[in-house]
Write a protein that binds this ligand. Structure first.
Ligand SMILES: C[S@@+](CC[C@H](N)C(=O)[O-])C[C@H]1O[C@@H](n2cnc3c(N)ncnc32)[C@H](O)[C@@H]1O
Length: 368
């Protein structure tokens, strides 16, 4: 059972059709980080005579799944004076507290605020924090998930301001960059990315950063770059992408070249991008809450499809992750550029076109 199912169950219990005092009064409801499942969202909408929902989704693949089901989302909340809010617990405690503080600030006094989370993500931990702050909670649990409900008081307790302050970006020493809770490797440079930054040669032309996060690899390319003509940030996380763009805008402009920021799923070629001379990447091994290697392998083929002939991919990964076969099927030349015992950096050149890859696969099948 997912959080969505638990949320649907709670909403249906407390908001049956025609009830005199529904959970949410008339007006818009904001939902932070819903799972990519339209079910509880449709229940929420049904019980407010076409209630306006503002669904805050920063992860592009989730936004795409919801859009395909006809559910529109926003990257940042805009509604003030909401009738209520639902905060779905993420993998990052501080990020969820920031969402919670924002939900409380945007909800009108008396409005309901729900916190829904899986026990595996520590849903009950938030109940402790809310009680510390002085909120009275009603909690329901359903199949390994919990949903806590509270009413927004007239005056918010001081602890809520502390949670809101967690959203202030943390500066990354020695760079113009910064991170926020929830971003990959928040507050510190990832050791794998540091290795890639060390060994990547000066790059030229149009260079992309697939899964750029808060922009560390683009910053490294910029520092070493020779005859760069454009830099392209790409990430599925709208929040990290926005901060990377904000912090890199001035240093890139100082070089007189353009910087683009594309909110995209790098498991396939982002159509907004031109064909590139080089790509750097430290691919993710998570997709939402799931740990998976396949997303990184898809990054490799998407990179091959985005590079020009003779283009180069620099990829870093934990040394135990089997990237070699995927690199060899998408690139003509593959070389290990570094191995520090924990991470490996791969230098892959001469991307093989999608057509040539398919033909090669057919030949392999025939000779088997
Ligand atoms: C291992 S982190 C690397 C971040 C950054 N390049 C660095 O070196 O610190 C992987 C990044 O990929 C992003 N990501 C995850 N899934 C993605 C997807 N399907 N498409 C694009 N980016 C994705 C994550 O948001 C994260 O910022």
């Amino acid at each position: 059972m997912s959080v969505s199912n638990a949320l649907t169950w709670v909403l249906e219990r407390h908001q049956p059709e025609g009830v005199a005092a529904p959970l949410f009064a008339e007006g818009p409801v904001i939902v932070w980080a819903p799972e990519p499942d339209p079910e509880p969202l449709l229940v929420l909408q049904r019980h407010g005579s076409q209630r306006a929902l503002e669904l805050v989704v920063t992860f592009k693949p989730d936004a795409e799944v919801l859009a395909a089901a006809g559910v529109m989302t926003v990257r940042e909340p805009t509604v003030m004076d909401a009738a209520g809010a639902v905060v779905v617990v993420t993998r990052h405690r501080e990020q969820t507290l920031v969402h919670l503080a924002d939900a409380l600030a945007r909800t009108r006094p008396g409005g309901a605020v729900l916190v829904a989370g899986a026990n595996a993500l520590g849903a009950s931990w938030y109940e402790g924090r809310l009680e510390d702050a002085g909120f009275e909670l009603e909690v329901e649990s359903k199949a390994k998930c919990r949903v806590a409900r509270l009413r927004r008081p007239e005056v918010l307790p001081p602890l809520v301001a502390e949670w809101a302050a967690l959203a202030v970006p943390t500066e990354v020493e020695g760079t113009p960059l910064a991170t926020c809770p929830g971003h990959f490797s928040a507050g510190r440079i990832d050791p794998g990315s540091a290795l890639l930054a060390k060994v990547v040669p000066p790059l030229s032309g149009q260079v992309g950063d697939f899964g750029c996060g808060w922009g560390f690899l683009t910053w490294s390319v910029l520092q070493k770059g020779r005859e760069l003509t454009a830099l392209h940030l790409v990430d599925a996380d709208a929040s990290a992408l926005r901060l990377a763009e904000e912090r890199l805008r001035a240093p890139v402009a100082a070089l007189g070249i353009p910087l683009t920021a594309t909110w995209a799923d790098c498991r396939k070629r982002p159509p907004e991008l031109p064909f590139l001379h080089a790509i750097v990447t430290n691919p993710p091994f998570h997709q939402g809450d799931r740990q998976t290697l396949s997303v990184g392998l898809d990054f490799v083929t998407a990179a091959a499809d985005t590079l020009r002939q003779n283009g180069r991919l620099y990829l870093v990964a934990l040394r135990n992750l089997p990237y070699e076969d995927a690199l060899n099927s998408a690139f003509g030349t593959v070389r290990m550029a570094a191995d520090d015992g924990a991470y490996r950096v791969w230098d892959a050149r001469d991307p093989i076109s999608e057509k040539a890859r398919a033909a090669r696969l057919q030949r392999q099948k025939r000779t088997r």
